[in-house]
Ligand binder design. Structure first.
Ligand SMILES: [Zn+2]
Length: 187
């Protein structure tokens, strides 16, 4: 399946992170134009979707992903940490940003088409962090199924981050073909 990737969100996240929100979720903070910035909109979106179906640690991670607050290689570099490489540790081709890791990496993004097959729902026309987080709303599923799909999507975010960390820090390198099995088991 051909994925159409959109990197605007990542660009916006970077730009907005420079404006800074003090590290707090400030739902009412608005830019000069009176609109919630994209980053804040996304944070509010996720905050309102705290799921009782998954553990707190997964909810917390998804909030941090939405706010671009996880230690990807590019985020570490921006904090002044000296790294041998800022490339994605999975594909080794592109700088590792939140957007790349969860929506753009060609070696990881097939996981989303597996969710399509598993759930019988259409992939968002553009795969972005936001469209993935809104996937349940746009799935056409009934409320209960929608809530479960959203929980599965959160588990995928968790599993991708865990896979990446195992690749970077683990003694035994993880295998991608086990990723989907892990997600189904956790879900
Ligand atoms: Zn990659």
């Amino acid at each position: 399946m051909q994925f159409r990737m959109q990197f605007n969100i990542g660009k916006q996240l970077t730009e907005n992170s420079q404006a800074g929100t003090g590290g707090k979720l400030e739902a009412g903070t608005r830019d000069r134009g009176g609109n919630l910035s994209s980053k804040q909109e996304l944070a509010v979106l996720v905050w309102s979707r705290w799921s009782a179906l998954v553990p707190r640690k997964i909810n917390v991670l998804v909030c941090r992903i939405a706010r671009d607050r996880i230690p990807t290689m590019l985020n570490l570099r921006d904090k002044g940490i000296d790294l041998d490489s800022c490339l994605c540790p999975v594909c080794d081709l592109v700088g590792e940003s939140v957007v790349h890791l969860f929506a753009g990496c060609t070696l990881l993004s097939p996981i989303w088409s597996m969710i399509v097959s598993w759930w019988g729902v259409a992939l968002p026309s553009e795969v972005t962090i936001r469209s993935l987080m809104e996937w349940g709303d746009n799935s056409g599923l009934e409320m209960e199924s929608k809530r479960h799909l959203e929980a599965v999507i959160m588990v995928v975010f968790w599993s991708l981050w865990r896979f990446r960390n195992a690749l970077v820090f683990g003694v035994v390198k993880p295998r991608k073909y086990e990723l989907f099995d892990d997600i189904q088991t956790m879900s």
